[in-house]
Ligand binder design. Structure first.
Ligand SMILES: [Zn+2]
Length: 498
């Protein structure tokens, strides 16, 4: 929308009375509001009609309303979308639909107006500057951006007043088209806000960026920038949930954990190949969120990922993204496979970064290394050769938890708590095969751990870099402290009698 039209929209908004009695269109749905004034928009000062510019709503409304209901005397509200519709407040009221007005969201709802519902436009208004920051959109561009949304308990009420087409889109939870959004009411305040923000991100990206890249990126970004924390005053979006309690009903992490547990983890390539019909199941949203959260959360991949939002209108969006990671594509895929297999609330990207440097073979007389308890897989700088047997032994005492009190562990682990079926704090090893070239096609984890404890012998099936860590959740490394001393040496040849 050109600046002049934005200005006009805001002036009309200021004058609007929000007392509206009927749904009708004021312009053909195909025409652009930027270039043509609708009759009602030219008549300010009388307040019993609400115009909402939106192509879908307009198309819906045209069917509902007798031509000619747009009379002089209507007052018009413009939102920065495409065409105009007039909604009548008295008719909405009769249908049990209330209007809650924010700066960026006009919410029409038949849900009883509790405090959690009343604050929704405020939550939405708090999200817009955060989305704008993320996509580097100037304030003046989104300042007058506004969408209209229907939060519905009983869809028939919205159909009755023409806000939802009888033959309209079938959707599970929410739907966005141009500047118009629809949501089904949800049982938790968190999930209701989440869905409102999710559809809001779709609209925001479409309006501000002119596109949303590929299907996986579109849904992943909507999930990423809808995942939030709200304390009644301050909103944080793009948040990695720290606990299940923080995001009631969201369930994205559990869906990925369940799929991984059943051997159905998706590779990066498979997530990027998700098609629209896959979204009939929440699992597709979970994978798209997991991938965007990974690329946005991992310190090595974040900057390039954020820069790629400039390409959302390019038809080869995904190919450009892959090209941006050309130099570390294999490592990215391996880290993804580890992440997908070990996803947890509060996943600590900084502490699980893997250093993929090539290592020289183990010196003849062995080597000592130090491993930190508060990190994920750590490169020992040692190459182990396939078929050769090595002895790994460990010592040290380190912290593996802080609550309810400090817990100490030695390399054998503590048997009062288990993680992934092994004692918490137990030393684990893996031999990372850095020469495979099919990382993008695999979905198994390249970091299958071998328990070491205080001492073990391993004979790797493939040559690769020895990596070590202690057994703990990737979401609970920050309460660990201390180090382990590790000795790696060629195993002594066994005598025949042994
Ligand atoms: Zn969506």
């Amino acid at each position: 929308m050109p600046p002049r039209a934005i200005l006009r929209a805001s002036m009309v908004l200021l004058m609007c009375g929000w007392a509206v009695a009927e749904v009708h269109t004021t312009s053909p749905w195909a025409h652009s509001a930027e270039t043509k004034e609708s009759p009602s928009a030219a008549v300010p000062g009388r307040s019993n009609r609400l115009d909402v510019r939106n192509s879908t709503l307009d198309r819906v409304a045209q069917r509902k309303v007798t031509p000619g209901t747009s009379q002089a005397g209507n007052q018009t509200l413009r939102s920065a979308t495409t065409t105009a519709v007039t909604v009548d407040a008295a008719r909405l009221r009769d249908a049990g639909i209330r209007v809650l007005k924010g700066t960026h969201l006009i919410l029409l709802t038949d849900v009883p107006v509790s405090a959690a519902v009343r604050e929704l436009p405020r939550v939405f208004d708090a999200a817009c500057p955060l989305w704008a920051d993320y996509f580097k959109i100037d304030r003046q561009r989104y300042d007058h951006w506004r969408v209209t949304g229907c939060l519905m308990q009983d869809r028939s009420r919205f159909q009755h007043v023409g806000l939802l087409d009888q033959d309209g889109p079938k959707f599970l939870h929410g739907y966005a088209e141009n500047g118009m959004l629809w949501w089904n009411e949800q049982p938790t305040a968190y999930y209701r806000r989440h869905l409102i923000l999710h559809e809001g991100v779709h609209s925001f990206m479409q309006s501000m960026l002119g596109g949303s890249g590929a299907v996986w990126y579109r849904e992943g970004m909507a999930e990423l920038l809808a995942t939030h924390r709200w304390d009644g005053k301050k909103l944080e979006v793009g948040r990695f949930p720290e606990s299940r309690r923080e995001v009631p009903m969201l369930g994205r992490i559990k869906l990925v954990q369940d799929a991984a547990g059943e051997g159905r983890a998706l590779s990066v390539k498979q997530v990027m190949s998700i098609v629209p019909r896959d979204f009939e199941k929440n699992e597709a949203y979970a994978w798209c969120w997991a991938l965007t959260a990974f690329l946005d959360g991992h310190p090595a991949y974040r900057q390039r990922f954020r820069g790629l939002s400039a390409n959302v209108r390019k038809p080869d969006f995904t190919a450009r993204l892959v090209a941006a990671y050309r130099d570390d594509w294999r490592e990215l895929n391996d880290e993804w496979r580890f992440y997908a297999a070990n996803l947890e609330h509060g996943y600590d990207f900084n502490r699980t970064v893997i250093r993929f440097t090539h290592a020289p073979p183990l010196p003849r007389d062995g080597k000592q290394v130090t491993i930190r308890a508060d990190r994920g897989w750590q490169n020992t700088g040692t190459m182990l050769i396939a078929g050769v047997t090595y002895e790994i032994s460990a010592s040290g005492r380190y912290q593996v938890a802080r609550q309810p009190r400090v817990w100490w562990s030695e390399p054998g682990g503590v048997s009062i708590r288990y993680y992934h079926g092994r004692p918490l704090g137990m030393l684990l090893a893996t031999v990372y095969d850095d020469r495979h070239d099919d990382a993008a096609d695999r979905s198994d984890t390249p970091f299958d751990p071998v328990p070491v404890g205080l001492r073990t012998e391993i004979t790797p099936k493939h040559t690769g870099t020895l990596m070590l860590r202690i057994n703990d959740s990737a979401g609970e490394l920050d309460d660990n402290a201390g180090t382990l001393r590790i000795t790696i040496r060629p195993a002594k040849p066994r005598r025949a009698s042994e």
